[in-house]
Design a protein around this ligand. Sequence first.
Ligand SMILES: [Zn+2]
Length: 257
Amino acid sequence: MRRWIPSALVFLAAMVGGHVAARLAGPEPAAASNAVAESAPSAAEVRRWLMGGNALFATGEAVPTDIDPIRRASIAAGQTPWCTVLTCADSRVPPEHLFDAGLGRVFTVRVAGNIAEPVTIGSVEYAAEHLHTPLIMVLGHERCGAVTAALSPKSLGPNLDALLGYIRPGIAGIDDLDEAIRANVNAQLASLRKSAVLAELEAEGKISFLGAVYDLDTGLVTPLDSGGHVAAAAGHGHDHGGVAHAEADAGHAASTH
Ligand SMILES: [Zn+2]
């Protein structure tokens, strides 16, 4: 075992090193250390970082980093996450995996249908106001069961009906599930923006909102402001190495701003 462990560690270090190098080749936020007091990157930088990680995830190139005991210890005393993600509780949509993000990077708020209602809005307000996450993403996903249920007027009992009540107004008049999923993301974004706390932070330029949809088949997250569609993979280069991912994504992001 003693002879095996060092070689395994060397291999692991090489893998992780290559991974980090690929990810860093993009406009990685300046904070490369794991220190608690690392400076917060801009919303645009965080967006590129997330999309770069998603490209690695989608192609199976992601090598989980920042989930080791060293990272865990370095942030045990406090967190400075880079983004807030309001997404569905669906077991296939864990944002930390989709974005290849380690401990302490994503302030995740999950509830079926990624709905913005008082409790989840309060969670997002906490992250924005007190943890200073510059980017707030609402992430819907393909074949969402909650949105599917909301498309039907059928009652599912008082608790589920209460949940669906936060989806139905935003998808009124829509029959197509994919379209409803996108409309729901936009409706939840609109609800977040009704928060006085979040509206003020946005007006001050301290936070940015982003809607996106996750494709269960390709593994890709597509921002809605890029004309994203549930099944669309346009704009993501996923046949190339990490550097190409980052460059493709940087160009993709630049073309949508
Ligand atoms: Zn869902």
